[in-house]
Design a protein around this ligand. Structure first.
Ligand SMILES: [Zn+2]
Length: 122
């Protein structure tokens, strides 16, 4: 099955208890149940680190972890919201990945000399 997930904080080897997802476009960090698979803007955190989480200045933190003491919508709503937020985060292109241009790469196609041919109708 899936390997044990670990807290992503440096020097912390505890088992992950929650997943933190950053939504850069909304400046929102969503702390929710452990994500099923790794995502580019998601970080696994252990119970202790998720409890001590602090967001960057100007950011909002949404905690989706089930907490019986807090007045919160039903966990189904929150899970749906977490999924929606993760979906929203997904289309962002990874900023560090750029296609290599030139330098030894082979050319797949060249369009400069191609002409557009119209079908002859007669
Ligand atoms: Zn930790």
């Amino acid at each position: 099955m899936s390997p044990a997930r670990r807290c992503s904080r440096t020097a912390c080897g505890r088992a992950a208890a929650a997943t933190l997802t950053y939504v850069y476009s909304d400046q929102t960090a969503v702390l929710g149940p452990l994500a099923v698979y790794a995502e580019p803007h998601a970080y696994d955190l252990c119970e202790e680190h998720s409890g001590r989480l602090s967001a960057p200045r100007g950011w909002e933190v949404m905690r989706l972890a089930p907490d019986p003491d807090s007045l919160a919508p039903s966990s189904d709503d929150l899970l749906a919201l977490a999924d929606a937020v993760r979906e929203a985060a997904r289309p962002l292109p990874p900023p560090q990945v750029r296609p290599e241009v030139g330098t030894g790469s082979r050319e797949v196609g060249r369009r400069g000399h191609l002409r557009v041919l119209k079908p002859v109708d007669d």
